[in-house]
Design a protein around this ligand. Sequence first.
Ligand SMILES: NC(=O)c1ccc[n+]([C@@H]2O[C@H](COP(=O)([O-])OP(=O)(O)OC[C@H]3O[C@@H](n4cnc5c(N)ncnc54)[C@H](O)[C@@H]3O)[C@@H](O)[C@H]2O)c1
Length: 322
Amino acid sequence: MKLSVLGLGYVGCVSAACFAKRGHEVVGADVSPVKVDIINAGKSPIVEPGIDALIAEAVSDGKLRATTDAAEAVMQTDVSLVCVGTPGQHNGSLDLTYVKRVCQQIGAAIEKKPTRHVVAMRSTMLPGTIQEVVIPTLQVYSGKTAGKDFGVVINPEFLREGTSLYDFDHPPFTLIGADDEETAETVKRLYAHIDAPLYVTRVKEAEMVKYACNAFHAAKIVFANLPTTCTIRASDVQERRDSDGEMLPPTICPVGLGSSAMIACAVTDLPDPDSPTNASVSPCATSKLTRSSARTTPAEVENSTARSRTDSSGTLTGTGVA
Ligand SMILES: NC(=O)c1ccc[n+]([C@@H]2O[C@H](COP(=O)([O-])OP(=O)(O)OC[C@H]3O[C@@H](n4cnc5c(N)ncnc54)[C@H](O)[C@@H]3O)[C@@H](O)[C@H]2O)c1
């Protein structure tokens, strides 16, 4: 199949190299001429074990090339995999600037393209974004109708940086969210070689599954980091009892969710032993963190403060997990 990969960052490079290895003809596009030149020279713009050799081979076999011209990449291919960044913003929402821009470019190319094109969104976006942002932008710029004149799917990526080439061939499952069968079938063919469950759902369900997976991974990392960020001795916990002698649970406050799923967490605001009724979920009270955890160092407190993404009421605002 002829594929264009729009956005040659982490996800785009891995997708481009791995699909080229499988024999597809891949055209990568990026706004960065530096990344494009690096790939065309047979090298990798990202650091990942094994990817240099894969890109070198794909380029020398004529299976992979790169361009800064997204429209040209779309015109010459059947399916576009959109892998542009969706960075988290200070208020916790995702910045869709790059998604909107690339959809405008794809739409303008689809307007001129005589054959049916499929747009597969791999970027991580909030549920509802395909219906509210992606499809309307593609339709306005192409003058054509999604589902009829061109296809749109969400095909989220689950790779982990560091083991991404292995993960690409061994995903926990493949997920395709499509609202029309023809488009789903086209994208399914890309994954025919992969021995993993493949689920086809409607677009909204697939968007939700991706976000639910990220939320679950985030929760796991929060708990995995708990002992490393802030160690509570058993005796500290034993001391926290209310006036009836009942144990009071520590309150747990995740203080940062980053786009690379980096999460710091801290046990905060443990009730003062002298005032047990003061227990509450509150903003990350780092002074109390120091007091209530004998082994937390000032550096750890600094670190957790720097990564904090809670608002003034202590509510977690960070939502972006790649
Ligand atoms: N990195 C991960 O481990 C990972 C895993 C799963 C999902 N994701 C998601 O995949 C998406 C991409 O992540 P990433 O880490 O590869 O991002 P990245 O920032 O490394 O790469 C994005 C690339 O898109 C390019 N770009 C921006 N606008 C463009 C345009 N109009 N046309 C062509 N290229 C354009 C940028 O120059 C950049 O090279 C994000 O939504 C991310 O949340 C990332």
